[in-house]
Design a protein around this ligand. Structure first.
Ligand SMILES: Cc1ncc(COP(=O)(O)O)c(C=O)c1O
Length: 380
């Protein structure tokens, strides 16, 4: 927490005057104008405290989504390459800005799927239980779908979730989990823990965990460490690469205002990206781009190496027109590094999984594709 933030917090007062003075001093206040704000029964804009569930719609979204639909209507399959924001390489367009949001290196981050799907895919690679080390440690209270995902992974490997599912909880009478308690738990039980999967910011308590300290403590015990950043990405400053995090996943419809159902993100540290022996579920987008669309001429999967392993999973199949997110994403600013709450404007997507299926099928039928990935414009 920066000095200015902690000073403000110590002067906190639950009245309008305090809130308005904080608004007036907020360097991000002009961003408010860039969003649609729902109107309440009194006809006034509501005070929206639900950005942790679904971020508000950026005003730029409608025009950009319409542009994507227009490209699809007028170009069909050619929109993959000729559209104003071509769909085929759209994950490439996110590579740098997506990495910057979470403090990763380009190539460590890929935008794909949904958060829970990414967690599952990442656990396929990073939850490798053995008879002696098979437990998963999760912070408590954990988000229900994370509990389901983790328990189902445990059971999928033939272990008993009643035994293998371990939680780090707040002390009696306290709301948040003490870092030293997590460290003590890891000292005690770490040798049996295969994976530590915490939330960067807890959805219920708002606790922003000490990610580097917990990551280091767990890795010292030989555990792999992943972070669910649903409530952290776009909200707090993150340095996943420097913190040596093994993997992470997040959604973009909360603090990144991408819209319901929009594409999520995943991070894999580059030291794992070099490890092509890690087990993975394979798909086109994890394949060597030069061979990706050679169809029957290239039946063998060639995993992408280097730091680009984060692309190892099957892609956002059907995310086509949602690719419109890319160019406005570039305009976004994440000011978390300056100690402010992060803000990215104009990042959007649409519930696009259904409507691009035909485009993808047509595309497949129409042409085998050579690599044609435009240089990414990193200007913010
Ligand atoms: C902490 C956390 N984990 C997981 C999820 C599930 O995300 P999704 O349904 O996008 O996969 C959410 C959704 O709100 C969440 O807040």
């Amino acid at each position: 927490m920066s000095e200015s933030t902690s000073t403000s917090a110590s002067h906190f007062s639950a009245d309008d005057r305090y809130a308005l003075s904080m608004d007036a001093a907020d360097p991000l206040r002009s961003y408010r104008e860039r969003f649609h704000i729902p109107v309440g029964p009194d006809g006034k804009p509501v005070i929206y405290f639900c950005g942790n569930s679904l971020g508000l719609q950026p005003k730029a979204t409608r025009e950009m989504v319409t542009g994507e639909l227009d490209d699809w209507a007028t170009m069909g399959v050619e929109g993959h390459f000729e559209g104003r924001r071509p769909w085929y390489p759209y994950h490439e367009q996110f590579r740098e800005i997506g990495a910057r949001l979470v403090g990763g290196r380009p190539g460590e981050v890929v935008m794909m799927n949904s958060l829970t799907v990414n967690l599952h895919l990442l656990m396929v690679s990073f939850y490798r239980p053995t008879a002696g080390r098979y437990k998963i440690l999760i912070d408590w209270p954990a988000f229900p779908s994370d509990i389901y995902a983790v328990k189902s992974q445990i059971e999928c490997h033939g272990y008993d979730a009643n035994d293998a599912f371990v939680t780090a909880r707040p002390r009696e009478g306290e709301q948040t989990v003490r870092t030293e308690d997590v460290e003590a738990l890891l000292e005690r039980e770490g040798s049996k823990i295969a994976l530590v999967l915490f939330a960067g910011v807890n959805y219920f308590t708002g606790q922003f965990y000490d990610i580097p300290r917990i990551t280091a403590a767990a890795q010292k015990q030989g555990c792999v460490v992943g972070w669910d950043l649903a409530h952290a990405a776009g909200n707090v400053p993150l340095s996943l690469h420097d913190w040596n995090v093994d993997f992470a996943a997040w959604c973009t419809y909360k603090y990144l205002n991408s819209g319901p159902g929009a594409v999520a993100g995943a991070f894999v540290h580059e030291r794992h990206g070099r490890d092509t022996t890690l087990p993975r579920f394979a798909g086109w987008w994890g394949n060597d781009p030069a061979k990706r669309f050679k169809m029957h001429l290239q039946p063998e999967f060639t995993p992408r190496g280097g730091g680009r392993m984060a692309d190892f999973q099957p892609p956002h199949s059907g995310d086509g027109p949602g690719a419109g997110v890319a160019s406005d994403f570039r305009r976004g600013r994440h000011v978390g590094a300056a100690g402010q709450v992060g803000a990215v404007d104009g990042v959007f997507g649409i519930p696009h999984r259904a409507h691009s299926q035909q485009a993808v099928r047509d595309h497949h039928a129409a042409r085998a594709v050579g690599a044609r990935v435009p240089a990414f414009d990193s200007r913010a």
